[in-house]
Design a protein around this ligand. Sequence first.
Ligand code: ADP
Ligand code: ZN
Ligand code: ZN
Length: 796
Amino acid sequence: MVYAKVIVDVPAGGVDRTFDYRLKEEHMNVATAGMRVLVPFGARKQTGFITEITSSSTVKKVKSIHELLDVTPVLNGELLELGQWLAKETICFQITAFQAMIPAAMRAKAQKQLHRRDDEVTRLPMEIQALFGQKTTIDWKDVPQQKKILTQIQTGIVAGQLRVGYKLKDSAKHREQKAVRVVQTDETPSTDQQKKTLNLITKKEQPVAVASLINDESLSRSTIQTLVKNGFLIEEHVVIERNPYTAAEGDGKEQKATLTTDQTTAVHALIQGVKSNQAKTMLLHGVTGSGKTEVYLQAIEEVIHAGKEAIVLVPEISLTPQMVNRFKRRFGDAVAVMHSALSTGERYDEWMKIQRKEVQVVVGARSAVFAPFENIGLIVIDEEHESSYKQEDYPRYHAREVAIRRSENHQCPVLLGSATPALESYARALKGVYQLLELPKRVNEKPLPDIHFADLRDELRSGNRSVFSKELLDKIKERLERKEQTVLFLNRRGFSTFVMCRSCGFVGMCPHCEISLTYHQRGERLKCHYCSYEEGMYETCPECESDQIRYFGTGTQRVEEELQKLLPEAKIIRMDNDTTQKKGSHEKLLKAFGNQEADILLGTQMIAKGLDFPNITLAGVLTADTLLNLPDFRAPERTFQLLTQLGGRAGRDELEGEVIIQTYTPEHYAVALAEGHDYVRFFHREMQQRKVAGYPPYYYLCLITFSHEYLKEAMNACSFAASRLKERLSEGAVILGPTPSPISRIQDRYRCQCLIKYKDEPHLVHELRELFAHYQQEIHKDSRFMAIDRHPNLFM
Ligand code: ADP
Ligand code: ZN
Ligand code: ZN
């Protein structure tokens, strides 16, 4: 008898373990660990993952596996083990960890299909040929679950003759687009508007997609339709590439740069690590523009030569076509891209390229750390200090920790790169836990841009109530005259607008969250940034009915308006959550700025990275203090990182750059030390602070949050957890709380938390798992009740 151990897709406390199932005759020698199955579970059928095939079972009445959902494993042995480790370390269910490691297309209830390659048809066994008949694609449900057929399909997949795919609703939509083509005729349209539109379309390469005419050229849909109706245009459908990154800009392979001495040292150290199969973590500390990316590229080239694979993690926000194309130009088709802006189908396609070993490199955001490579030679994490490497939902993992774990599995180096490493990382490098590699100079030997401070207190004293200091405004004007470009940064958190009544002081709050509503000019709406709640702007105060209700604070839109008033001739592009909601709009705005269609780029966090345009010579920060004053021990670190990042945006090329930071507290060390781009001094200064306050890297942190519709339920559980942990952890552990969370209610649920500070707690994971299991069993179905965040980034 042969059995399979299966983790079923029921995320609940009692069933977070394997269940035994018998293999039916047709599944013998076909089913292996890492495949998904459909199994009878209770009264229903559930999907699950096989984790092991065994020859014995201690269970008396063993049911059989109902159906195999995969013919080749979706998780290899290493990834199965990694999933188990992940569940244990981050304290979540095993099924949650496994699900996080596979593409969403496989998680969705999408219809599975089998494709065959046309040119391979005669090499397929007769039975399979018969199955397809004239078709090239068949639905998986039409495939007989017979041993012979399944084995033949497995062989066909391994040989590349067959492929498994998923029928996704979005795939057709993504592949076909409506387009128009100009009809040659002597007639002209009747209206000016139509003439202008037709002229513009005539200049384009034919046929041209209607969507791009509307979005990029701001043409009206109805005018285009009229032109079609009157026979000036004909409609067509064009197939667009599913992968938006395949069209790399600039053709031919990119020239490989001759490395500087510092770069050479770094690349050698890496290659050494790759060749000697060392699971070693290295920290590449290099100022912006010091050629870190070039180091990655050349090291990866060696990895490919050695017949191995490389994973490159990049923060979501810097995964721009610019960045990706650098890799595509160097490695061509050997690169897969994993990006959340891709559709579910596109992501699946990229993942399959890795699975089928068609690529050797993946460039992607956080979850690409789970790429199903089997012979990894190097894992790179660019901008390793970025908080987006931490997942803020189950499984709450940090990509850095997962990368290091995988490097041990594959005996390969991990390279962390940053101009401003996380304090934890740099501290480890100084202790020799990580190997420190340094690129202290910019490649072009250009000095880092000068940083000036504009003291907003002085501005206020001299009667300037604008958000722009005189100095910043003058510098922007200079740039306008010289036809150079400016980027202006404002911190999203500090620049939201709230609504207040001047008569009674009423502030518009979300009825479901303990947070004020943000005013959005578009459509005059008030929105909650924590839940989806929104309502129209009040006409009178809901409290006292006065009409003295106004919005306050300075939103990005308000700043844009003010700037436009001060500089009527300036062309401004605004980039924030409102203007970048549509897919692709982020890239489009950046591209427009790169093409110098605007003088000023004004935006939130999202503009701080990846901007690499030669014509930017001024970077401005509207207020450094908004980030600094957040109630978070990492506020100085984040402020320093951001100011340094922005500094790196200006003067990357021939032109010299300048940075102006507006601030109320120029004397604060996080602001002052950014002036000299002095990371190392900042590091030592901030370490003192952390030591005194007992924060990482001197202590580890773990945050436990309870949330419930009744405050008492959440509070009771929180104090129980706190006292239990106090009892069971060592004397050295500090438990802060129970206390209401800084945002005490979200989506009608009250929130309480306790924070554990510790140095060495070998039993912590065990204790946390017990607590977790306790609450999952007691209050099952409410998976939101307890949240454990090891190494938290957010304390709200
Ligand atoms: P970083 O990633 O540290 O910001 P990049 O790798 O993007 O730096 O390098 C900055 C610029 O310098 C890029 O345009 C890159 O092509 C160029 N560059 C990098 N290394 C060299 C080199 N050794 N010689 C000449 N140019 C280089
Ligand atoms: Zn009022
Ligand atoms: Zn809300």
